[in-house]
Design a protein around this ligand. Structure first.
Ligand code: HEC
Length: 189
C-alpha cells in the first residue's frame, strides 16, 4: 500500500464506497494467468481488488522495476519475485512512481498497473502453499529430504526449481506453483 499514490488511494476508496464494499483488499491468483494482449501473471501474485463486474475483476498490481526492464514487475529489489511479465503494449500503461537505488547502487522505480483479469482468485495464499507442499512431498522427496523454503533465498529458488524440476514429471503449471511457494516463503537473506 505504501507505494500507492495518495490520490490513487483516495480514488479507489471513493469507487469502493460507492459500490458499498468494505475496503480495498488483497486477493491472489489461483493459477498462472496467460492473458492475451496483457502478458503473464504468475500463480499466487498479490493483487489489490478494485472492483468486480460480470466475472471480471479490476485489480491493481504494485511493485518495482529495474531501469532497462520495463516489461516485468517484481515484488521488491531484494526479493525479485515476478508479479507480472507484460507485453510491450501493456508495459506502456504502467504508472511510474518514485525512483530508488538498491543495495548494489542499481536504479529501480516503484510502479503500479491496473488490469482486468478473470475472476479466478483466492483470498489467501495458504491453500496454494498446501497444494505446493503436496507436490514437493511426492515429487521432490524422492532423492533427498523434502526441500524447505528457508534453504535458499527468493532470488535463488527459480533456477533451482527449474533444474530440479527437470528430474521430475511435474507439469509447467505445477512447477510455477512450486516456484511461487519457495519464493514467497524463502529465507529473508
Ligand atoms: C532424481 C533425483 C532428484 C529429484 C527428483 C529432486 N532432486 Fe533436488 N537434488 C538432487 C541431487 C542429486 C542434489 C545434489 C546437487 C545436484 O546434483 O545438483 C539435489 C539438490 C537439491 C537442492 C540443494 C541445491 C542447492 O543449490 O543448495 C535443492 C534445494 C533441491 N535439490 C530441491 C529440489 C526440489 C524443489 C525438487 C522438486 C522439484 C527436487 N530437488 C527434486 C536430486 C533430486
Amino acid at each position: 500500500m505504501k507505494h500507492l499514490y495518495p490520490a490513487l488511494t483516495a480514488l479507489a476508496v471513493i469507487v469502493l464506497s460507492s459500490s458499498a464494499q468494505a475496503a480495498v483488499h488483497t486477493v491472489y491468483t489461483n493459477h498462472t494467468l496467460a492473458l492475451p494482449g496483457v502478458g503473464t501473471i504468475p500463480v499466487a501474485t498479490p493483487l489489490q481488488e478494485l472492483g468486480n463486474s460480470q466475472g471480471k475483476l479490476k485489480v491493481e498490481i504494485t511493485g518495482v522495476q529495474p531501469n532497462g526492464n520495463h516489461r516485468a514487475i517484481f515484488k521488491s529489489a531484494d526479493q525479485r519475485i515476478v508479479l507480472a511479465a507484460l507485453t510491450p503494449e501493456m508495459a506502456e500503461r504502467i504508472t511510474a512512481g518514485k525512483s530508488f537505488t538498491d543495495a548494489y547502487g542499481k536504479p529501480w522505480r516503484h510502479v503500479s498497473l491496473t488490469l482486468q483479469i478473470p475472476d479466478d482468485v483466492t483470498a489467501s495464499q495458504q491453500p496454494l502453499w498446501h497444494q505446493a507442499e503436496q507436490l514437493r512431498d511426492t515429487a521432490c522427496s524422492v532423492c533427498h529430504a523434502a526441500p524447505q523454503p528457508g534453504q535458499l533465498s527468493a532470488n535463488a529458488w527459480p533456477a533451482t526449481v527449474r533444474s530440479m524440476g527437470g528430474r521430475t514429471t511435474l507439469s509447467q503449471d505445477e512447477l510455477h506453483l512450486l516456484t511461487a511457494y519457495y519464493q514467497y516463503n524463502a529465507a529473508q537473506h
